[in-house]
Design a protein around this ligand. Structure first.
Ligand code: C5P
Length: 413
């Protein structure tokens, strides 16, 4: 007889991110996890009990005082019949009620009645997330043993930008699976980079000319995302600072979405201290000296606007500057089309970084799946074979792990 499927009680509260809960149920089902759902009254404004029920293959519970629901399963049993209780999206409201121990509806009653571990995936407006009351509630919930995944940073449905986007369903699924493993209620990271902090930049930057036009480049972000994922797979605590790309944030990585070089620099500085900084982003060298507040108008054939450019800050060179916050290992990338290794060695000295991954972009590298790199260090040049980008990432993560393991962690400092 096969082992019973692990069970999750998923509480879907009221937020725009509730639609992602449907995808989460589908991913859990594929991973062999059974889900039973509680949909709050506000949650039902965003997803229907019908769609949630179709995906969970079960009744969707919503009403604390429903005779039919209670007949099917009482709230105590409901809260204890699962191996893990997950709240996704966890709104500011449900966090506040859970932190205060209120039991005003079925969802909060189940949270109070459960004897199982609880994982919350917060989703809310950045101001609400940063409000001292929400911070207090989160600290209280953590003290009570509640686990958290996310939130991520980036553009939000409300038009603002910052921390508060619910973690992606894949990341929540992975956090759930890690917790469902026997004896892993709070999984300790394992791997060569456990206990190490890494910052990785990826993708292009986007420099606005006016509200609708911009300067950017063709970087896909694939190599940087693969490196962030490979470092996380080695157990590192990774912050990925990403320009606009069409990629899903890697599971288990804190992904911050930025647009301009200046925002990318600010996000990197804020993420310090770190043991390693890997600068993969194709940062735009220049930005328009001014961003027009209104869309520039066509004014006739001989009146095309002139866009004057100014240089962007060099993020790699800034983080490589000597000082107490300089990461122990600073790695830059160099995209070259000729005399690759010679130019890379010169760039290593100019930027003040420890290694340069020299990238021959004379072929189909930009946006392609493969990369041909050479690793330029103080010791010399190593030419690697042409490899898929995720294998370049794995090799580089292993080399980074070997190097940082010869030094103390930032946490020790
Ligand atoms: O000078 P170049 O653009 O070729 O240098 C490439 C390296 O420098 C990459 O690691 C890139 O991420 C980083 N860089 C940066 N900030 C810039 C320009 C490049 O961090 N403004």
């Amino acid at each position: 007889m096969s082992a019973p499927r692990p069970r999750v009680l998923l509480i879907v509260a009221g937020g725009v991110a509730a639609y992602k809960a449907l995808e989460l149920v589908r991913l859990l089902d594929k991973a062999g996890v059974a889900t039973r759902a509680i949909l709050t009254k506000a949650g039902a404004e965003f997803v229907t009990p019908l769609s949630l029920g179709a995906l969970t293959h079960d009744t969707v519970y919503s009403d604390l005082f429903s005779l039919t629901d209670e007949a099917a399963m009482g709230h105590i049993e409901l809260s204890r019949s699962a191996d893990l209780v997950v709240v996704a999206p966890a709104t500011a409201d449900i966090m506040a009620k859970a932190a205060a121990g209120l039991a005003t509806d079925l969802a909060t009653t189940a949270l109070l009645a459960t004897d199982k571990p609880v994982l919350m995936a917060p989703a809310m407006n950045v101001r609400m997330w940063e409000h001292p009351a929400t911070r207090r509630n989160r600290a209280q919930l953590e003290a009570d043993g509640v686990g958290f995944i996310g939130p991520d940073s980036g553009p939000m449905a409300c038009g603002e930008f910052g921390d508060g986007r619910m973690a992606e369903p894949e990341a929540i699924r992975d956090a759930i699976l890690a917790r469902l493993k026997p004896g892993s209620a709070a999984p300790a990271p394992v791997g060569l980079m456990a206990g190490r902090r890494a910052i990785v930049t990826a993708g292009p930057t986007l420099e606005p000319i006016d509200p609708v036009r911009f300067i950017s480049n063709r970087s896909s972000g694939q190599q940087g995302y693969a490196i962030a994922a490979a470092l996380a797979a080695e157990g590192a605590d990774v912050t990925l600072v990403s320009g606009p790309v069409a990629l899903r944030p890697p599971a288990g990585v804190r992904t911050l979405h930025v647009e301009t070089a200046r925002d990318m620099l600010a996000a990197c500085l804020e993420a310090l201290p770190a043991d390693v900084f890997v600068s993969v982003a194709a940062v735009a060298d220049w930005r328009p000296a001014e961003t027009a507040p209104q869309k520039l108008k066509l004014k006739g054939a001989d009146a095309a606007p002139t866009v004057s450019l100014v240089e962007n800050p060099d993020i790699l060179a800034t983080l490589a500057q000597p000082g107490p916050l300089r990461p122990g290992l600073v790695v830059g990338f160099a995209a070259e089309t000729q005399s690759v290794e010679m130019h890379a060695a010169a760039k290593r000295a100019r930027k003040g970084c420890d290694w340069i991954v020299a990238n021959d972009v004379s072929g189909d590298v930009m946006g392609g799946a493969h990369n041909q790199v050479s690793l330029v260090t103080a010791e010399g040049v190593e030419r690697w074979p042409r490899l898929p980008k995720d294998e370049v990432a794995t090799r580089l993560a292993q080399r980074i792990a070997e190097a940082v393991n010869q030094s103390a962690t930032v946490a020790d400092a």
